[in-house]
Design a binder for this molecule. Sequence first.
Ligand code: PLP
Length: 426
Amino acid sequence: MQLSRTGQQLSSHSGIMQLMEDLGKALTVHPNMRMLGGGNPAQVPQMVAEWRNQLQQLLDHGDDVDRMLGNYDPPQGNPRFLHSLADYLRRNCQWDVTEANLAVVPGGQAAFFLLFNMLAGEREDGSLAKIMLPLIPEYIGYRDQCLAEDAFVTVRPKVELQDAHRFKYRIDLPALERRLDDSIAAICFSRPTNPSGNVLTSDEVERLQSIAAARHIPLIVDNAYGNPFPGAIFADHADLVWNDQMIFSLSLSKLGLPGTRTGIVVAKPEITRALTQAMAIMGLANGNVGQRLVTPLLEDNRLNDLVRNYLRPFYANKSQRAEAVIRQAFGDQFDYRIHVSEGAFFLWLWFPRLKCTSLELYQRLKDRDVLVVPGEYFFFGDGAVEQDGDWTHQRQCVRLTFSQNDQIVKEAVEIIADEVKKMSDE
Ligand code: PLP
């Protein structure tokens, strides 16, 4: 079989594929695997109860469930869902949006595939349009999404050491400005960032907004873990202002509904219309189960209470407990660093004295029934390219999720500490 260039690209080995395969296998083939690898949300009891309750209510009103299962929604999304979400965003985030600013897509992942390929790639004049990621490490799932080759311009961060065992990435603005040119079609970042749990500061966001505005290009913010839901954002600089030069991606996944594959793009109508057209071509309509389950919670605003009272505290506590376990397992004398945990479901660990790469460390840990994600994958685009082996940092980090139960996190962290110590210079 001869595949087209697009076919080859889509079917080639990707970091996200390995991650999703490991995740799947860990749950089936290796039931003893300590799974600190994936991005699955935790089973937060209040959310689990809420979704069960919504499903039950649908079943109790048989017509509703029949309508849900038996109909295609319009490709933009379910009209009642779009209406209640626009209200919700105006009420809770003060974003000046209507239904026309919303487009439902089959998950945030699909939103980025569509957005990146609509914005980046060959232009009519033959030049290559690119996406700028202002700070790597950045979400592994973007890495293979641009069908055009070399379409990510990525900028290495400044590494700010905060105390003996903590650090924070900051955007290197002068470096970023040197990289700006007419090829940049959009700037994009996740906030909180997967993998590091970094939340770009308000200053950084404002600066990016003004750069994007001056160049008349969109600024894309991936809120998969952030606001307005699931709200796993612990930093006090969480505000995000919407205007029609911004594109926000939201998702129901981290509310506990990844199986429903529901994402929402908030953007100016020109963009949401284009996405809706693409959706119709690609998939006719979106899955409607997630939209249907969430709509009542948007209408009575209960989702906002669940986010504030359960989800955010749940993940903030998990993050603190995981950090305490790490501090204990590594001890004060050992040279390790944790990125400040400002949001998302992960801790991002940096081992400056590691003798092997994080990929090798990942293999060694897998052999001991611990699954993490090697840091290498999150450094990509031209910013990650080696110049004389100069940026060892990108091979010295791993990501682990703390959304698993505490005992599993503790066991896994103890094994990680043991293995990292064995594989580090004194
Ligand atoms: N963006 C980020 C930063 C993510 O971590 C993920 C998934 O883990 C996604 C987007 C895509 O999620 P989904 O397609 O489930 O909405």
